[in-house]
Design a protein. Sequence first.
Length: 180
Amino acid sequence: MNGICILLVWSAIGLNLAVQSSNNIIGNLAQCFLPAARSSMINPVGDSYALRDDKDQIVIRDEWIWAAPTSQKMTAAYMVIENHGSNEIDLVSASSDAARVVELHKMELEDGFMRMRKIDSIKIPDGGIAELKPGGYHLMVIDLNKELKEGDKVSMTLQFTQDIKKTIALTAKPRRETEK
Ligand SMILES: [Cu+2]
């Protein structure tokens, strides 16, 4: 127990606590005895708090990417994103060291044709999932800088709202395996 704590205990005993209803003294006393209470009082939204949320809230599974020969400069990545938190989270961007740029895309039926367009974000509702799959949402991987063979791993960093960032390793799959 440090000097200030001893002083506070002394003043709490020496003076009438009820009269002294100063939150300050009570709070400081709590800080002396309760390290957890102390950190939450001093810094309710500290960095460590945000990091813990990040780790718990977003879970990514079934992540994969279409394999691509050297002649093919573009491919697409898919995954399921689970939101275990109580707030909606948006995927807002992605990047990979295997490509110049990664865009968020959506495939839609338009005038009888399947067309894809760039979108700004993909929502993951609280307690729900976002499914990125062929024919729907996907990550367009543009200007690949290497060949992607079956089983190759591609690292990708996903940026979400609320400062959540995730780095994943996508496994390359050849067309024949995933096409129906
Ligand atoms: Cu696309």
